[in-house]
Structure formats: C-alpha cells, structure tokens
Design a protein around this ligand. Structure first.
Ligand code: GPU
Length: 826
C-alpha cells in the first residue's frame, strides 16, 4: 500500500506525542512482546521484556527521526558529517529514555508489568564499536549535535564484532569475541536500498571522453558493496533525532554471478566471504598503528560509502555538485578517515567530471581534520606497495596533490629541500610510506587538537611546518563529554540533588552547575552530597564483588584509574606506589593512613606485551594485598574486568579520586578525567592534556598536581635521562622494584616481571621513575585532605560546580563556530 508521507508524518507525530506516558508505553510493550518476540507475559524471559521495551522506545524515536531527515532534505542547511572509524555509543535504552524524558514513565510501565527497569536495562549488550577515548568522543559529539539541533550525520563501520571482551584468567588478560549482535539489535534499521560499490585493486586507464576531456578510469580487481545500517540519535528533550549511519560490507551480486556462469561455485562463495570480512571486526589497537592491509581496506570502504552517500543526498536536495562544500562539512576523526582527501577528489574528478582546481577547492572547503595524538608510534603511515595494490587510483591522486603542494612549498622556501622532504606526503627516508596526517592536513581547511596544551604542541612539533605555512588553519577545540549519559543517566542520585539545587536546566547548560558554589560550605548540603557518594560506592562495591569476588569497604577512599592500559598512561606508576604503601604498612602497622581501595580497569591491545604484563602485575599485587590479614581495613586492590561504557556508568559516580597521571605532553586530552570531575571526583594528575584546563577551572587548590611539565620531559629526553639515578636516590622505590622483580607478586616466579622492571630501570620511556617521588608526596596530600571530610566534600562540590566547560555541548558549539560555520538551530 502506498502511503503519502506528507500525510503520514503529522499523524504519526501526533500519535507519538500521546505516546510518552506510562499507559501507552505499557500497552505497546505488551503488544510488542507478542508481535515481535512472539511471547506472552507468563513465559517471557527478561530479555524478551528488554526487546519489547526497546522496540516501544524506538517507535517513539522514529517519528522524530523521519521528520528530522525530511527537514534536512527540504531546508537550506549545512550538514556536519562526522567521519569516524569508531563510535563507542554504549547501551541505548537508558540514554533514549533520558533524552525523550520518559524514564519515570518507563519505570512505572515496567513495574505495572512486574518488571524492574534497571534489571531490564542491565540486559542490553553494548555496541563496543570503539577502543576507548576516540570512539567515545565521537558518541558524545553525536549526542550534543542532536541536542543542539545541529544537522549532522555520523558515518562509520558497522563491525560485526566490536572490541573484545576482556576476561581475567590466572591474573592474565584473555580476549573473547564480542558477539554483541547475537540476540539482535533493536536500535538498528538496515537500509538495503542505500548501498554503494567500492573498488579495490586492479589498475587505471586514461582515456579521452566524448567531449574530448581527459578522464581516468579505474579498472578494479574487485568491488565490495556497503549497505547502510542506521541508528537514531535522539537529542535531549528536543524534536531533533539525527542519524548514525554505519556501513556493513557485502558481496556485489554481479561478481558471483559472473563466476557462476563459468561454474566456479566455490570461487563465488569465497568472494562473498572475503567481501563480508571487511566489516567483520574492529582492530583492537588504541593509538599504536599496525599497518594491516585489511585495516586500510576498512578505512577506504567506509569513507567511500560515506562520500558517495553525501553526493546522493546533495542530488536529492536538488543542489548542483558545485555546492557540495556549502551543503556538507566532514570532520575527520583522526587520520583513520583521511583517505577522504583522495577519495573526494576522485569522485569529483572521475565520477563528476570536475577540473582539478575546482575539485580541490571543494575538497579543502568540505574537510576538516582533528588530530588525537602526538605519539610518533601512533601516527598512521602506509607503505607504498600495499597502498598501490589496494588503491591504485587514490594513490595517483595523492601523487598529484603532493606534486602541487610541494611546488607551493618550494615557491615559499626556495632551496629549502630539507623542508620539502619533511613536509612531503611521502616519507622517503626508509621504505617509502604515505603520511596520513600530512594528507589530512593538506586537504583540510581546518586542523585542530583536542586540548589547549595538545594543540600548542601539535603546532610546535608534529605539524610545525604546516602551522608555519597556514597559521590561520590551526585551532584548538578542547574535548567534552555528554552530561546526559555521564551525569544524568549514570548518577541519578546526584542528578536529583542538582535539579533541586540549581534547577533542571543544568542538563542542557552545564555552566549552571556554578550555582552549587554557594552551597559548598553548607554542612547540611555537604551531608547530602556525601550520602549520595556513599550510596554510589555501595553499589559499585556490589558490582566489584560479583565481578571479582573481592569485598571492598565503601568507607575506604576509592582511588580509581580506568582507561586503556598503556605505558604512557602509567598504570605502573600507580602500581609502584601501591607496592610502596604495602611495604610501609607492613613495617609500620600504626601508620595513620586512611583506608584506600585502588580500582583499575581497562583493556590492553592483544599484541601489546608490556601492557598485558602491567595487568598481570596489578592482579598479582591484588592477590597478595587482599589476602594479607595485616592489610585488612587498610588496603584493597581491584582489577575490574572488561571496562566498557556499561561498567563506566557504575564506576565514575562512585570514585573519590581520579588518577590522571600520564607523562606530561603524551595524553592528547583525556575524557575520563572530565567524567570523573562532573561526578564530584578529585583529580590527582600531571599537567597533561585537558588536566591543565580542569585544574584551571576547578582552581589549583582543588586539584592534586604533581610531576614534570611537558618542557621538562622533552628536555630530559633530549639531554639523556637516567632512570637508575632515581632508584639509587629513593630506598622505597628501589625496594618496591626489588619486591616486584623477586616474584613476590607472582607466587615466587621471579622471571615474569623482570622485563617490566628492567624496562623501567634501563629505559623508562615515560619517566615514571622521574615522577615517582613527587607522586608519592602528592598522594600524602590526598590522604591529609581525605581525613578532613568537610575539606574533601567542599573540594568535591566545587569540582562538579566548575565542570561546565567540559560538556560536549560547549565543544560542539566551538566546532560549529570556528570550523563548520554552523550554529545551533534552537
Ligand atoms: N585516542 Br590517535 C584514542 O582513544 N585512540 C586513538 O587511536 C587516538 C587517540 C584518544 C587520546 O589518547 C585521548 O587523549 C583523547 O582524549 C581521545 O583520543 C579523544 O580525543
């Protein structure tokens, strides 16, 4: 039956407005239980109830979604496209309830059906389509774009297997596949009709077309089809519902048909399997790059599908190709999508028939690049043979971009060939490699870092020559996180107190939390503040117990470090301190130290041996400390397995102290630091990434600062750093290292942690030993502040009060103003 969409929309919209109450939800859940799950209440499993509720909520999003898409198609708007290989969106049900404003109604409806909403929400498998900070940032930005009602589409890859599940066996990390789609995904709408073909391999061929114009044809060795899988992204209490469009790879029918005709059935099926492999699994490496062919294929695949989709939408809007950059701006989330520079050029030249100059102008105006790391080992490069084999036509275009670009450099700096080779898109120093950060920079009208310090260092180091050439293109946009998920949803107790104290407006305007400052010294308010924290700690203690079997006392100081395991993040510095504490407490049982519970969480890249060893060390320390009767009531150590968005919901609100102890200059921004701060957690940290700005906002007196500055780190490393000197100068440190090397934390096996200890005493690339003494001194200040609850609580309140800057709404407004030329539509 053909339905007229213009008459459907208002009717459906009307219906939805009446659908936001508990009775209609209850009715729909029951109906969906039967019609979608084929169950009746008496035999429904908890998961059936989850699915029935999820579908009922999805229906309420769809009306807004359809209207939003329609309005973008009809109106003269610029659309921000966020291109990212990762979107770590987390569980959807709770977030959608909060953003629709129907959490209480859903709770009531489920209760009437005999179900507990929290228990039902806990059943949702989270889409782990990201590694850590970078992927979660993309998800926070989608939330803010929708909340600010800015036209936006998120484009990425619909991995069948997301980030691995981390299990801990005998103290070691074990990776298990993430089968997040096993029970179906109620939030996804697959659109088989929105599909594009992507070329791989083969060769190119130049010809002159009918109008006598020179044109290049890419004769591909094979093609893969990308199918759109959409997830609605509902803004907070607004009508806007944007789209996250993820591409799933499939075989191209015509290819297997051709094989069938010559009777090669197995060949045809193999082609299908190879095609589907493209979107099979997320690469689990955070930061260090690994140069795998399949990874490059994934990047090109999703970028090409996304740009083709944008071209189709442009056509649908009735706009000419010349208007591409007026209608779209694409933000490249690190270099993973940077092949967009070559692919957009290819589409404009080869498919649309534009001339180079015009195509280049459109490309530069349409693209912008965000850098997320300065670590040299994390900067993406691709070897030429691999690149040429997979993407011969894009490579030709990169050569031409480079030729024209280097001409410009030579004109500006005649005779400066060392500058030319430093800036080239191709690194010719060893085997020739394409520098993706250079490609992204040259092809973009705006380049930004993710915290003030990071953006400064980016201009001074990694992209120095480029910043000199085009200073006006360089920006800073300090990261932000969404207060909907990381405060309203995950800390309902605190959210209620905030509502009562500063009014509900804080959720969409986080700067209103400043209103809390007036209550920071109010004793009754402090008591309520502490009661909420204690309740959150009790809840986390239960989760810890069920995940690890360790019983922790909620009255202890919860000292938490959760993030990917990496040497630059220095979980081992924290571990060294715990070992020293342990030795101190054994020697001096009378020591008046406050009881502490150290909690760690985070995954190690499967191939990163040192990171896995750090996990083993933490678990070894935990086993010894937690089983030592002398440590009872004084010290506990927990490694919380499989840290992800879901467990993060329980962890951030329950922390007292947030560990942000990376080597200065190495952490681009950090975003966990912001999530802790919002939840009233005090930071112990270095002057790194966004810590600098967190301390500025909170006030130096409300932040525990220690460690070398970025310039000191740089100078030490340049002049020659000798970690052994710190060992000699510090008995406590030396003894801690000896105890670790002795095998004390691995049931006497003395060989296992040797590489870690040797690495530290000989190289210590991230200066953990250089910062050790200052870290320990700073921890003593933490202990003293904790022993005075009024002081601590005041600091905690002021941290929440001053966290407004770190809302992703602020960050997205800045992207809109400075980079996209796009304002909130409110
Ligand atoms: N980051 Br590059 C990742 O999570 N993965 C990456 O591959 C790269 C960077 C992180 C940064 O380490 C972190 O400091 C930052 O807050 C985050 O990106 C978002 O910008």
């Amino acid at each position: 039956m053909a339905t007229n969409p213009t008459t459907l929309a208002p009717r459906a919209a009307e219906a939805s407005r009446h659908g936001l109450d508990s009775e209609s939800l209850q009715r729909d859940v029951l109906e969906n239980l039967v019609s979608l799950q084929a169950r009746y209440p008496a035999i429904a499993t908890p998961h059936d109830w989850y699915m029935a509720l999820a579908y009922s909520v999805r229906d309420r999003l769809l009306v807004r979604w359809v209207e939003t898409v329609q309005s973008y198609a009809a109106r003269d708007v610029r659309i921000a496209c966020y291109l990212s290989a990762e979107f770590l969106i987390g569980p959807q049900l709770g977030n959608n309830l909060v953003n629709l404003g129907i959490e209480a109604d859903a709770r009531e409806a489920m209760l009437a059906l005999g179900q507990d909403l929290d228990a039902v929400m806990a059943l949702e498998e989270e889409p782990g389509l990201g590694n850590g900070g970078l992927g979660r940032l993309a998800a926070c930005y989608l939330d803010s774009l929708a909340t600010l009602e800015m036209p936006a589409i998120g484009y990425g890859i619909r991995y069948e297997f997301g980030i691995f599940r981390q299990a801990i066996r005998d103290g070691w990390q074990v990776e298990e596949t993430d089968k997040w789609l096993q029970k179906g995904n109620p939030w996804e709408i697959v659109r088989p009709e929105v599909a594009y073909y992507v070329n791989f391999g083969g060769h190119t061929h130049s010809e002159t077309d009918a109008e006598g114009r020179f044109r290049v044809r890419w004769i591909a060795a094979n093609q893969v089809k990308g199918v759109a899988c959409d997830t609605p992204v509902q803004g907070y209490r607004v009508e806007t519902c944007n789209t996250l469009r993820l591409w799933r790879s499939e075989a191209v029918e015509s290819f297997d048909l051709a094989d069938f005709n010559v009777g090669d059935y197995y060949g045809a099926v193999e082609q299908k399997v190879v095609s589907e492999t493209l979107s099979k699994v997320l690469y689990p490496n955070d930061e260090p790059e690994m140069g795998k062919r399949l990874r490059l294929a994934q990047q090109y695949f999703f970028v090409s599908c996304s740009l083709q989709d944008m071209l189709r939408l442009l056509q649908q809007k009735g706009e000419p190709i010349e208007r591409f950059a007026d209608v779209f701006v694409a933000q490249l989330n690190d270099t993973h999508p940077s092949i967009a520079v070559a692919e957009l050029m290819r589409l404009l030249l080869d498919e649309c028939g534009l001339q180079w100059g015009q195509a280049w102008d459109i490309t530069q105006r349409a693209l912008a690049y965000t850098n997320h790391t300065l670590l040299p080992e994390a900067l993406e490069t691709w070897g030429l043979p691999l690149f040429r084999g997979l993407l011969p036509r894009p490579l030709e275009i990169i050569y031409e971009i480079n030729r024209r670009f280097l001409d410009e450099v030579r004109q500006r700096h005649p005779g400066d060939e060392s500058r030319v080779s430093r800036m080239s898109l191709i690194d010719e120093s060893g085997d020739r490699r394409i520098r993706m950060a250079h490609l992204a920079t040259v092809g973009s009208h705006a380049i930004n870092g993710v915290a003030a310090l990071h953006s400064t260092l980016l201009r001074e180091t990694v992209l120095r020559d480029f910043a000199e050439l085009w200073p006006e293109r360089f920006h800073n946009v300090t990261n932000g996180v969404t207060p909907r998920r990381f405060l309203a949803l995950c800390n309902p107790g605190l959210a209620r107190l905030l509502d009562q104290t500063v009014g509900e407006g804080w959720i969409a305007d986080l700067t209103r939390l400043r209103g809390l400052e007036a209550h920071a010294d109010d004793e009754a308010f402090q008591q309520r503040w502490r009661a909420i924290k204690n309740a959150n700690k009790e809840a986390l203690a239960k989760h810890i117990h069920s995940a690890t079997g360790v019983a922790v006392d909620p009255r202890a100081l919860f000292d938490i470090q959760v993030k990917r395991i990496h040497e630059y993040k220095r979980q081992h510095l924290n571990a060294l301190y715990i070992v020293a504490l342990y030795q101190r407490l054994r020697r001096e049982p009378q020591l008046a130290l406050a009881p502490r519970c150290f909690v760690f969480g985070g995954k190690a890249a499967p191939g990163y041996a040192m990171a896995k060893l750090i996990i083993r060390l933490i678990n070894g320390i935990a086993e010894v400390v937690n089983n030592d009767p002398a440590m009872e009531g004084r010290l506990k150590v927990v490694f919380f397995p499989n840290f992800n968005v879901k467990s993060a919901h329980h962890i951030y609100p329950a922390a007292d102290l947030s560990e942000q102890i990376s080597t200065a200059g190495k952490e681009a921004s950090g975003t966990g630091n912001m999530k802790f701060m919002m939840n009233g957690v005090l930071t112990i940290g270095t002057l790194d990434g966004a810590n600098v700005e967190i301390r500025e906002e909170a006030g130096a007196e409300n932040f525990f600062l220690f460690g070398l500055h970025a310039q000191d780190v740089e100078r030490l490393q340049r002049e020659g750093y000798r970690p052994a000197d710190h060992v000699t100068a510090n008995d406590e440190l030396r003894e801690a290292l000896e105890l670790i090397a002795s095998g004390h934390f691995l049931r006497g096996q003395s060989d296992v942690f040797r590489p870690l200890v040797e690495n530290l005493t000989q190289w210590d690339h991230f200066l953990a030993l250089a910062d050790y003494a200052d870290y320990v001194a700073c921890q003593a200040r933490v202990d003293a502040a904790w022993q005075d609850p009024a002081t601590w609580t005041r600091m905690s309140i002021l941290n929440t009060a001053r966290s407004g800057k770190f809302s992703s709404d602020r960050a997205i407004r800045e992207y809109g103003d400075r980079i996209w030329g796009l304002a909130p539509m409110k």
